[in-house]
Write a protein that binds this ligand. Structure first.
Ligand SMILES: Cc1cc2nc3c(=O)[nH]c(=O)nc-3n(C[C@H](O)[C@H](O)[C@H](O)COP(=O)(O)O)c2cc1C
Length: 421
């Protein structure tokens, strides 16, 4: 019986343990998590979502404070078009976040950054170019372009000296999305180094409609493999979404996938950036607690726990401090929903907004509990301790379980004793 360790992901001229841990913004896939995966020979992702805020928390910078000060005059204005990112400061924050992570890199694996292109930041092309260039300048091993795939993203960095040496990949959920992207980049003479095929069970935003349950990752992988074969293209495919055991992963590797991308099982590790109480919420969840809804202003369905505090919250849009989801015209669908409720309830002190959420503020505060569909199985991978809390695992334990387990087994960790005060 095969295990994941019998396979290798071939990228460039090197081989890696074929396990990627996916990007989880905002700082849920921390540098610590990505570094640990890299140390173990796999590929870890950090995320550049809300990088200025992440930098402030980690490196004591004050990017957010500065931006808030600059745009303070606009806080009560419903129109946010004036709020812009200072590109030099954005680059500085990215250089810090990525650069410090790369300085700490050990082991035979790689560190990639997940770049969510739906973070349009009131100037989609320029802010994306700045983020990509700064990540390359900071020495990142590779970039994964995700949610909102900007068909022109490769062209934005085509003149960067590292354009051909850094590993560049994309996330797609259909053969059609891949075909469109390849057509768009054909004149650059540079294919993606890897393509992550994300199915409907993943966490975060989904590349499907609310009919996500009608799709299945194996079928999409088969379609994409058939297309690549017909076109004589050799691009490693990385299967993602709902891969819970080493055997699930082997099921894809045996059919020709180059690797797998996983995330949900790492949300209950010490290295994951979620606060401890939120980790416990994830582990406690039942299948009925996990929903897919349309509250994200990105327009993509998002999977989350149904008791997530972000749902229904009517906080004032935080664009003067954040503003990552402002589109090219300076708008965000949460602003419209919020303004609608304020106008409809002029005397109310508490505003409730059900259809959209202020994703920047809530992701920043870990109040939007996005998760993968298999989250309800996390409790089977650990012990419930005497105080009722679930034991948190090390990323090494989870990584090695994927790497070495067979027969759909999940290895339980040695049980920890609860310290008596
Ligand atoms: C908490 C959480 C946050 C996520 N955030 C992002 C993100 O910011 N960008 C992205 O491309 N994918 C995101 N994802 C998707 C993962 O990177 C990954 O592709 C997917 O969840 C893998 O499936 P699994 O969680 O079933 O293992 C997120 C997933 C989780 C669980």
């Amino acid at each position: 019986m095969k295990r994941v360790d019998d396979f290798r992901l071939h990228l460039g001229n090197k081989d890696y343990v074929p396990i990627m841990v996916g990007g989880m913004g905002v700082d849920i896939s921390t540098s610590e998590l990505a570094l640990e995966v890299c140390r173990l020979g796999g590929i870890g992702h950090i995320s550049d979502a809300m990088v200025q805020d992440v930098s402030d928390r980690k490196f004591d910078t004050s990017f957010v404070k500065e931006k808030t000060k600059t745009y303070k005059f606009n806080i009560n204005n419903m129109d946010k078009a004036v709020v812009q990112f200072d590109l030099a400061r954005l680059a500085e924050a990215t250089l810090l976040h990525v650069g410090k992570t790369m300085e700490a890199k050990r082991g035979d694996g790689l560190i990639f950054v997940n770049c969510m292109e739906k973070l349009t930041m009131n100037s989609p092309r320029e802010t994306l170019r700045t983020r990509l260039v700064a990540a390359l300048d900071a020495g990142i091993d590779g970039i994964t372009m995700s949610a909102g795939l900007h068909l022109g993203s490769f062209a934005l960095i085509a003149d960067h000296p590292r354009f051909r040496d850094a590993k560049l990949g994309i996330i797609v959920s259909s053969v059609r999305a891949l075909q469109l992207f390849l057509r768009k980049i054909s004149r650059l003479d540079r294919l993606p180094d890897f393509v992550i095929v994300e199915g409907p069970l993943a966490g975060g935003h989904l590349g499907f409609g609310l009919d996500w349950a009608e799709y299945d990752l194996h079928t999409i992988m088969d379609e994409i493999q058939a297309f690549l074969r017909a076109e004589n293209l050799q691009i490693p495919l990385i299967a993602a979404g709902g891969i819970f055991t080493g055997s699930d992963a082997v099921g894809f590797l045996e059919k020709g996938a180059g690797g797998v991308q996983v995330a949900t099982r790492f949300t209950m590790t010490h290295e994951c950036g979620l606060p401890d109480d939120v980790k416990q919420e994830y582990i406690r969840a039942t299948e009925a607690d996990i929903i897919v809804n349309g509250v994200s202003p990105t327009g993509y369905p998002m999977r989350m726990l149904k008791n997530t505090p972000a749902i229904g919250s009517g906080i004032r849009p935080g664009c003067e401090s954040y503003g990552y989801l402002l589109d090219a015209t300076g708008n965000c669908s949460y602003i419209n929903s919020y303004n609608r409720e304020v106008l409809a309830n002029p005397d109310s002190k508490t505003i409730v907004v059900m259809d959209k959420t202020c994703l920047c503020t809530h992701m920043r505060n870990f109040n939007c509990w996005t998760c993968g569909h298999t989250t309800y199985r996390l409790k089977d991978t650990t012990h419930q301790l005497d105080d009722g809390q679930y034991q948190i695992l090390s990323a090494e334990h989870v990584f090695k379980d994927y790497q070495f387990s067979t027969d759909n087994q999940v290895a339980l960790p040695p049980r920890e004793e609860v310290a008596v005060a």
